[in-house]
Design a protein around this ligand. Structure first.
Ligand SMILES: C[S@@+](CC[C@H](N)C(=O)[O-])C[C@H]1O[C@@H](n2cnc3c(N)ncnc32)[C@H](O)[C@@H]1O
Length: 254
């Protein structure tokens, strides 16, 4: 499948979600239900931020995440944080609370409708230390070595060139900077029919890498101290001989 077709299908899907709001099914990264697994722990929604976040990010959580990367990012006051595929802004707003007035959060998303929704949320919340930029995570609109922490939630699986994304993360992080990223991965043999299904790509299934290949790619991108902080298997495809899981990884740029 060519990159252009993938990106336009992904953009179309998330533009729709940005306009209509949370999926009626309350499920992870797909409003179509194509990646609506029932988690081994928790309910059909892949992530529950809990009461603590509800008042801070009202309207910013569209139920699209597959982890809580800010939990493991060790974000401190004054940090510059970059959120890849920021959607309506839920993780960016959580990070903004952690960096405080001396810090800064940049959210990047390639879907104009998501950027618009996130910007409205920022205005509504009076969040002055967050900005949302339209851009592609394969070519980040961010300066070299200008970021302390990169976070991302259920996005990199949607990009055709994951190697390029991790090279970009390395480029924008300062030395000693780190990432905390939640993403979808697979295990077992995913049928070619699913891999080639555009709806399944936009639904965070077809583009998800095999778990071991994902870890190899991160290692080859030059990150160190890479640790799996969370791993949740979903039952959704179990009967079909392969599996889908969300993984939350941390890593350091040496
Ligand atoms: C599953 S949603 C997750 C949104 C957000 N991280 C959250 O947890 O609510 C995926 C988001 O990534 C964006 N996205 C997908 N591919 C992208 C790319 N190549 N560059 C920038 N944004 C992308 C989509 O527009 C969408 O807003």
């Amino acid at each position: 499948m060519d990159r252009k077709t993938i990106k336009s299908a992904v953009r179309k899907k998330y533009a729709e979600i940005a306009k209509t709001g949370p999926s009626s099914q309350g499920c992870g990264c797909s409003a179509s239900g194509s990646c609506c697994p029932s988690a081994k722990k928790g309910n059909a929604r892949l992530v529950d931020y809990g009461e603590a976040a509800a008042d801070v990010v009202a309207g910013a959580d569209l139920g699209l995440g597959c982890g809580i990367p800010t939990l493991y990012a060790g974000i401190g006051a004054g940090d510059v944080v970059l959120d890849l595929g920021s959607g309506a802004g839920v993780d960016a707003f959580l990070a903004a609370r952690a960096v405080g007035p001396e810090g800064r959060v940049i959210g990047v998303d390639m879907t104009p409708e998501m950027i618009e929704r996130a910007q409205k949320n920022a205005k509504k919340e009076g969040c002055e230390n967050v900005e949302f930029r339209l851009g592609d995570i394969e070519a980040l609109p961010v300066r070299d070595e200008s970021v302390d922490v990169v976070i991302s939630n259920c996005v990199i699986n949607l990009a055709p060139d994951k190697r390029r994304v991790y090279a970009e993360i390395r480029r924008v992080l300062r030395r000693g900077g780190r990432f905390s990223i939640s993403d979808m991965v697979t295990y077992g043999a995913v049928p070619e029919k699913i891999r080639r299904d555009m709806e399944q790509w936009a639904g965070c299934v077809a583009g998800a890498l095999d778990r071991d290949d994902y870890l190899k790619l991160v290692d080859e991108a030059g990150f160190r101290n890479v640790n799996i902080k969370d791993f949740v298997e979903y039952d959704y495809y179990k009967g079909d001989g392969f599996g889908l899981a969300s993984i939350t990884l941390e890593g350091l740029k040496p």
